[in-house]
Design a protein around this ligand. Structure first.
Ligand code: C2E
Ligand code: CA
Ligand code: CA
Ligand code: CA
Length: 282
């Protein structure tokens, strides 16, 4: 038949065209998203098992577009990185997170940490530290409460350069965390040169630790590495009581995950803070 005449190469190139077209559509809308005010932030609680109190939040970016609906970061961050759009978007995230924090923060309350994800494109740009200075200055945000999360992979891409930037940030008293830790297999010898505060164990190891002895060994190795380097440790993606019990047994006291709270709007977070203490959830 005629329609069977379309060969594999034609079909393949149609698929590539479709994908290319979709990417172009996404990119076009992403270009305008900041100006059209389509981004917003959600905040996920981080809790301290020892005290039963919330110790901070991680800001997570969301994009709502009229045509695309709600788009999650896994579907647009890499495109934002490839196009360079991540720099203005990342600056918006930092500034907005600081502003929103100050508008819901209770001055008499605990000093909550605000963690923000930073992309490699941002950290390696010479304007990064000046932008941080500008945001801290213009919002009046206390730098000691701001934590930047940099993935292990990004941190290891340019060890020398990052150590310099990290030192500049530590001189401003910011906190630094290595995100998705355990996925990049960094050696202890590199890690000890980074002026960092905290390792964030990747959620895939947390997910598997209770069931898979390889993941458990890795979590335990990270714990002892952190101890010997005097680094804090936080576990992400904690979903079950079993995982909480396991982490407690391993000496991990800082927890983030659906078990204690999903990412939520700033106003829901305000309610969460007012209405319930984490101790009641435990
Ligand atoms: P991430 O930094 O590892 O952030 C944690 C992700 O895990 C979030 O997904 C969060 O919703 C999800 N999560 C938290 N607790 C649990 C849990 O208990 N179980 C499971 N299954 N998932 C959990 P989200 O918000 O979709 O973000 C995905 C990734 O996108 C982030 O991973 C981060 O790499 C990136 N991202 C998000 N916001 C930003 C941003 O403002 N800037 C940059 N550069 N990247 C961002
Ligand atoms: Ca993160
Ligand atoms: Ca992570
Ligand atoms: Ca991740």
């Amino acid at each position: 038949a005629k329609e069977r005449g379309r060969n594999a190469i034609e079909l393949f190139s149609e698929q590539i065209n479709a994908r290319f077209h979709r990417r172009q559509q996404l990119e076009m809308r992403l270009q305008n998203a900041l100006a059209k005010n389509e981004f917003f932030l959600e905040y996920q609680p981080q809790v301290d098992l020892q005290t039963g109190r919330m110790l901070g939040v991680e800001a997570l970016l969301r994009w709502r577009n009229d045509d695309l609906g709600l788009v999650m970061p896994d579907d647009f961050i890499s495109l934002a990185e490839e196009t360079g759009l991540i720099r203005p978007i990342g600056e918006w995230v930092l500034r907005t997170a600081c502003q929103e924090y100050l508008s819901w923060w209770q001055p008499e309350g605990a000093e909550l940490r605000l963690a923000v994800n930073i992309s490699g494109q941002q950290i390696k740009h010479p304007d990064f530290v000046p932008i941080i200075d500008d945001i801290l200055h213009s919002t009046g945000f206390d730098p000691r409460l701001l934590e930047l999360e940099i993935t292990e992979t990004v941190a290891m891409e340019d060890v020398e350069g990052n150590i310099g930037t990290f030192r500049d940030l530590k001189a401003r008293r910011l906190q630094l965390a290595i995100d998705d830790f355990g996925t990049g297999y960094s050696s202890l010898s590199y890690l000890r040169h980074f002026p960092i505060d905290r390792l964030k164990i990747d959620r895939k190891f947390i997910r598997d630790a209770a069931k898979c002895s390889d993941s458990a060994s890795l979590v335990e190795a990270i714990m002892s590495m952190a101890r010997s380097l005097h680094l804090d440790i936080i576990a992400e993606g904690v979903e079950t009581e079993e995982q909480v019990a396991y982490l407690w047994k391993q000496g991990c006291r800082q927890i983030q995950g659906f078990f204690f709270g999903r990412p939520m709007s700033a106003s829901d977070l305000q309610k969460y803070l007012q209405e319930q203490t984490v101790a009641e959830l435990l």
